[in-house]
Design a protein around this ligand. Structure first.
Ligand code: GLP
Length: 243
């Protein structure tokens, strides 16, 4: 595991953008695993600038998102498909048909999950981006999820609903379920990079890095990944010992 501690959100986003820039330059046909949430916004803004000034191109890049709320269609402003279109896809030269986000409104969600897992298995992520939930979740794999899981429908933890309610008008509007790729689908990525900032994540960071590898902290499995880099700001790193 490669642990990088930086001073703040801006430095974290900058470092991550250089990592992505290099990966896309080395392999223009990169398969990316992408994440939503507040954390990757600074990274996405920098990638957009890099495309605009001709440093990199997403023309031959394929992307797979981690997760989506059940019941929110692509044009719903809180859906993750909408988030990705707004914050990245519509601003870079990626082909929209090469971007994949699980559908939370598919008529048969079980079939949707199976199909997504299959597509991912055929197109393993060269580089997977992750954020971290304050309860240690990755994607929407909540505590207790099996390490051998594939894409599935989850019931969101109360803590996750509370954390994510800041983006909705009312907490009652936050969907109670989501589709997420499984932990095994995350672990198949050749390289994983996680970004974490803020003191509200410090406890989860400590458990992920220095706690036992245990399903009660889904992110702890990343200790076993052969190429895992985590970029933390000082606040998120503050409970780590011996760094
Ligand atoms: C959300 C998403 C995750 C994300 C995490 C952190 O629930 N499902 O993919 O990484 O929680 O979100 P944020 O970056 O907004 O703190």
């Amino acid at each position: 595991m490669n642990i990088i501690v930086v001073s703040d959100y801006e430095e974290m986003s900058e470092k991550a953008s250089l990592f992505f820039c290099q990966a896309i330059k080395e392999n223009p046909k990169l398969v990316l695993g992408l994440a939503t949430g507040s954390t990757p916004l600074g990274l996405y803004q920098r990638l957009v600038k890099m495309v605009q000034n001709g440093q990199i191109s997403f023309r031959d890049v394929t992307s797979f998102n981690l997760d989506e709320y059940v019941g929110l269609p692509a044009d719903h402003p809180q859906s993750y498909r909408y988030f990705m279109n707004q914050n990245l896809f519509s601003q870079v030269d990626i082909k929209l048909e090469n971007t994949f986000v699980p559908s939370g409104v598919a008529p048969d969600l079980e079939k949707e999950c199976e199909a997504y897992t299959e597509k991912l298995a055929k197109n393993p992520q060269d580089l997977q981006l992750l954020g971290l939930g304050s309860d240690g979740h990755i994607g929407f794999n909540e505590p207790g999820t099996s390490f051998s899981s594939h894409t599935h429908v989850v019931r969101l933890a109360e803590c996750t609903i509370r954390d994510n309610s800041r983006l909705f008008d009312r907490i009652e509007d936050v969907p109670k379920e989501a589709i997420t790729i499984g932990i095994q689908d995350v672990m198949q990525a050749k390289n994983i990079i996680m970004l974490v900032n803020g003191s509200n994540k410090a406890e989860a960071v400590k458990r992920m890095i220095q706690g036992p590898v245990d399903e009660s902290c889904p992110a702890s499995i990343l200790q076993k990944h052969p190429s895992f880099t985590v970029i933390l700001d000082k606040e998120a790193a503050k409970l780590l010992s011996g760094l």
